[in-house]
Write a protein that binds this ligand. Structure first.
Ligand SMILES: Cc1cc2nc3c(=O)[nH]c(=O)nc-3n(C[C@H](O)[C@H](O)[C@H](O)COP(=O)(O)OP(=O)(O)OC[C@H]3O[C@@H](n4cnc5c(N)ncnc54)[C@H](O)[C@@H]3O)c2cc1C
Length: 397
């Protein structure tokens, strides 16, 4: 593992590699030659999970950087147009494992399919990516253990770059690895970004936090290959039977898909404060309510609203933080939002150090005023639309 100071550009990354004289540097690229990037897709009851599209976006960049194809493996039963969608979101080739026993996720059958598939390839992919979801976190370590390869969990950035390995512990491994997967994730409370490398063997594996990578725009004209792959499950894989699947459908817009998030913290003082947060959120289209962990722990709002290190990572266009101090564990979940507006009565609250806009004041004075102003603005916009409509009608007569 190497550790970078925050914001260091991995492109400029390995000064050691640049400084090393040619005779000192031995090419050991045979350990991790360039190769395809493989995304393991995730679908639940026939719905592609957003993290899969995000992984395709990130995987496309890595594959292009190595001039290699982006492949995707999807498992399930009667998957309809999902393989085609994967092509439209950036994959060059999609491999489909369709079997009734793969309808619902189960560790052993899914592990069997992925491992068999990887073993059937003439060369392992260079990189293999999964989402840091319940499924991805369960499956990824089993694949990594099977192939005795490295895996980095919960990455927030990915890149390809060189690594000059100088440790003489294993002399055969000393040398320059030109195409390593840089699996980058915050560590020590985001004071450092750890760049974690596992160049000894392909596939180099990583799971990626949902909501962090950027998916490509869907392009229905994108073409690629869809191939069915054999599924050879063994009795041993089917020891666990899924009797029923009960899903609690979250009400309202999902946090990771919202354009605007209004989040409340301990500064609200009471659970009822979230009524105000909801009213402010309702002023925007495609909005959702977020929360700090402190209020989730207090039971003021369910966990599914929590933003941060142990909650969701979000990147809405607008994030309004109300009565939230801006602790590092909260910040890591929302710092990539387009515009952060903080409302806090303490002018020295840490959130003001990274918010784009701030209002120093009491939530209970500021939020009602904001709601009123937004409503006035909305009715002005409506009247304008009406007037324009009238003008348009008049214009046609
Ligand atoms: C391992 C670990 C993981 C964690 N994961 C997360 C996580 O995922 N997400 C997360 O959020 N936290 C997480 N935390 C907790 C985190 O460290 C903070 O404790 C938490 O974020 C604080 O929540 P808060 O900002 O709501 O409360 P506080 O820190 O108490 O801040 C309340 C703020 O409200 C302001 N305020 C008070 N009254 C008003 C008012 N009337 N109007 C306006 N402002 C007012 C205060 O000035 C203060 O800044 C984690 C901690 C640990 C150790």
């Amino acid at each position: 593992m190497t550790e970078d100071k925050k914001n260091e550009n991995p492109e400029q990354g390995n000064n050691e590699a640049q400084d090393a004289s040619e005779e000192e540097t031995r090419d050991v690229s045979m350990f991790c030659p360039k190769g395809a990037v493989l995304v393991i897709a995730e679908q639940i009851l026939g719905d592609l999970q957003p993290v899969t599209l995000e992984l395709l976006g990130a995987g496309r960049i890595l594959a292009d950087k190595m001039d290699q194809p982006l492949k995707c493996l999807i498992m399930g039963h009667e998957l309809g147009d999902l393989p085609q969608q994967l092509l439209e979101y950036g994959a060059d080739e999609v491999f489909v494992a369709d079997h009734e026993k793969l309808k619902n996720y189960r560790t052993l059958p899914y592990r069997r399919v992925v491992c068999d598939f990887l073993e059937s390839l003439p060369e392992p992919p260079h990189t293999c990516l999964l989402g840091s979801t319940t499924t991805g976190r369960d499956l990824a370590p089993r694949i990594a253990a099977h192939f005795e390869t490295g895996l980095t969990a919960d990455t927030t950035e990915l890149d390809i770059g060189p690594y000059d390995h100088k440790s003489k512990v294993d002399p055969a491994k000393v040398g320059l690895y030109p195409n390593c997967l840089y699996a980058i994730r915050p560590s020590f409370g985001e004071s450092l970004k750890a760049r974690i490398l596992g160049p000894w063997k392909n596939p180099q594996m990583a799971t990626t936090r949902p909501g962090v990578m950027v998916p490509l725009q869907r392009d229905k004209s994108r073409k690629g290959e869809i191939k069915k792959i054999p599924v050879n499950l063994q009795d041993n894989d089917l020891r666990l039977e899924v009797v029923d699947v009960v899903r609690e459908i979250a009400k309202g817009v999902k946090l990771t898909e919202a354009d605007v998030i209004v989040a409340g913290g301990y500064g609200l003082g009471t659970q009822e404060g979230f009524n105000l947060i909801k009213q402010l959120a309702d002023c925007f289209e495609n909005s959702a309510v977020g929360a700090s962990r402190k209020v989730v722990d207090l039971g003021w709002i369910p966990y599914q609203h929590q933003v941060g290190q142990t909650g969701k990572t979000v990147r809405p266009k607008l994030y309004i933080a109300c009565g939230i101090s801006g602790a590092i564990q909260h910040r890591v979940g929302m710092s990539k939002s387009g515009l952060i507006l903080a409302i806090n009565k303490d002018p020295d609250a840490p959130i003001f150090k990274f918010a784009h806009q701030g209002i120093v004041g009491d939530c209970y004075q500021v939020i009602p005023e904001l709601i009123e102003q937004l409503k006035k603005q909305m009715s002005k916009d409506k009247n304008k639309d009406k007037d324009q409509g009238v003008e348009a009608v008049v214009g046609t007569h």
